[in-house]
Design a protein around this ligand. Structure first.
Ligand SMILES: [Zn+2]
Length: 128
């Protein structure tokens, strides 16, 4: 299997292989496990989240390609939405976090509830 990725449980956008400065934040990932533990790092679109001191594989279902045992969020979305507990698997991302039009994810990093709402509502092709 090549690239694969998942949709953020908050904004439904992919965990991304960043191609521009504006969407670097969309690689920063928070994995929230069933037991409420959290692991944060940078998703590589090959199935691994790389933290400062360790890396962790994202487990996924062999048929649905959804995540197993963890909900995945962009780290900014996770913190700005109140650090929710595990809320079920994250769906597979159709674009694999990698195959998207150049302006698909021109979304500035959210810094408050208002800009988070903008991220949630953003559709590919919108201008920031
Ligand atoms: Zn998100």
């Amino acid at each position: 299997m090549g690239f694969y990725s998942f949709k953020c449980k908050k904004c439904s956008k992919s965990l991304l292989h960043p191609n521009k400065a504006i969407n670097q934040w969309m690689a920063e990932t928070s994995m929230v496990y069933v037991d409420s533990s959290v692991f944060e790092g940078r998703y590589d679109c090959y199935g691994t989240v790389h933290g400062d001191e360790e890396s962790r594989e994202v487990r996924w279902h062999p048929e649905t390609y959804a995540s197993v045992a963890a909900s995945l969020y962009h780290t900014a979305c996770y913190h700005l939405s109140g650090e929710p507990k595990y809320s079920g698997p994250s769906e597979s991302a159709d674009d694999q976090g990698h195959f998207f039009a150049p302006d698909s994810y021109d979304i500035p990093e959210p810094t408050d509830a208002e800009s988070l709402a903008t991220v949630v509502a953003f559709q590919a092709g919108d201008k920031p």
